[in-house]
Design a protein around this ligand. Structure first.
Ligand code: 5GP
Length: 191
């Protein structure tokens, strides 16, 4: 199979990486397709099965782990498992497209280590932990408890930034979007 490129976007929850990934998916010159992860949590808000995630039960998730169906998986938050199915990458490469991932820092670095040449690993840095808190509260899709869990994890995640190929500072969204577009464009045009 002709391998495309792998573009990983990782960051603490609330950094704006999903917004950046969605923007890039709309840029035809990048020929990107979103890697739909499997997740054991319930859909939030407008999320759709088979578009945002493959929402599966914890039991089903564990069956996939046992069968070694995942390229990587992670218990990102307690009892919330997320993972990239090997079949997902094969599906996208078969379409002749590049894969873009919106995944946690551990999963992102794992993909980079598995495919060092094909992967561009990007870390999206929020202005501050206080700003993260504000954004998560504004989003108000999670309970106070869950928000606190995500914030507690953010400092650990921020410490992994230097292990990525590039860091994009998301202080001003239009600037971050433009920078992300250029980075991905340069990377996919390399042989
Ligand atoms: P959320 O519940 O906000 O959609 O996602 C929680 C975290 O899990 C985010 O940091 C998201 O990027 C990450 N995530 C989503 N899919 C995957 C995946 O396939 N693997 C890993 N390791 N993390 C993922």
């Amino acid at each position: 199979m002709n391998k495309g490129k792998l573009i990983v976007f990782s960051a603490p929850s609330g950094s704006g990486k999903t917004t950046i990934v969605k923007h890039l998916l709309g840029q035809e010159d990048l020929n990107l397709e979103f890697s739909i992860s499997a997740a054991s949590r319930a859909p939030r808000g407008e999320e759709v099965h088979g578009k945002d995630y493959y929402f599966i039960s914890l039991e089903e998730f564990k069956k996939h782990i046992k069968a070694e169906d995942f390229l990587e998986w992670e218990e990102v938050y307690r009892d919330n498992f997320y993972g990239t199915l090997k079949s997902e990458i094969e599906r996208i490469w078969a379409l002749g497209k590049n894969v873009i991932f919106d995944i946690d820092v551990v999963g992102g670095l794992r993909i980079k280590h598995k495919f060092p040449e094909e992967t561009l690993a990007v870390f999206v840095k929020p202005p501050s932990v206080d700003e993260l808190k504000r954004r998560l509260k504004q989003r108000s899709t999670e309970s106070e408890d869950k928000i606190n869990m995500r914030i507690a994890k953010a400092s650990v995640e921020l410490a992994t930034a230097p292990q990525f190929d590039v860091i994009i500072k998301n202080y001003d969204l239009p600037v971050a979007l433009e920078e992300a577009h250029q980075l991905v464009k340069d990377f996919i045009s390399k042989k």
